[in-house]
Design a protein around this ligand. Sequence first.
Ligand SMILES: Cc1cc2nc3c(=O)[nH]c(=O)nc-3n(C[C@H](O)[C@H](O)[C@H](O)COP(=O)(O)OP(=O)(O)OC[C@H]3O[C@@H](n4cnc5c(N)ncnc54)[C@H](O)[C@@H]3O)c2cc1C
Length: 208
Amino acid sequence: MAKVTPEVFDVILIGCGPAGGAAAVTAARAGLKAALIDKARFPRQKLCGGLFTGRAKSYYQEIFGEKPAPETMVEKSSVSFWQAEASLGTLEDVPPLYLTMRWDLDHGFYRHAMAAGVADFTGSRIAAFDLAQNEVVLASGQRLKFRVLIGADGVNSAVARQIFGSAFDHARIGFGLEIEAPASPPDAPVRIDFGAAQWGYGWAFPKA
Ligand SMILES: Cc1cc2nc3c(=O)[nH]c(=O)nc-3n(C[C@H](O)[C@H](O)[C@H](O)COP(=O)(O)OP(=O)(O)OC[C@H]3O[C@@H](n4cnc5c(N)ncnc54)[C@H](O)[C@@H]3O)c2cc1C
């Protein structure tokens, strides 16, 4: 059977979270031929509290050319601090904090990348990296060639594992647990609880 010549991209991005989405749009706007690979199809859920700072919001606008859709964010301006059941006080009028759902936020990154002309390989698993040939092999058998490979595939990055042997130092990893709790009153502040975990803290972000 004839060998299929792999499609060549200036940049291949792996992962369409905030890092990969921003890099994909930036590459495409710079006139580069870019491809975006993610094992998920979008929209997808992502383990994350989804708190977005004012600074993150202005970066979003700078990179994507528009503000995140307001209906996807709940704005808060107060934070209450707790030690288990004991209230330690509330800060009022803090700079705005935006509570987002990663389902919506990351779908926005994906849509911006597609609108910028990035080639869509979401919903594709990677079978292998061939770094000698500058190629990524997808589970479908398709080979994609890159000039630059950007690993934006999160905490358990396959790109980092390929290059460094592991994505993070197992002796130094921290843990986060997330649950969806019953709805708080709409005016509930962001809550930080220093009694929720030994050597850690808990947080509650009331949102959609
Ligand atoms: C419990 C918890 C709460 C958090 N709360 C907050 C918060 O409130 N505010 C905040 O700013 N940050 C928060 N974070 C941190 C935040 O989620 C990360 O910093 C951020 O998502 C990192 O973005 P990223 O683009 O690097 O990777 P990610 O957002 O993790 O995106 C990685 C992408 O790569 C894809 N991928 C992974 N492996 C592969 C593979 N082998 N092949 C193809 N695709 C792959 C994934 O599907 C995913 O879409 C929280 C994290 C946790 C765990």
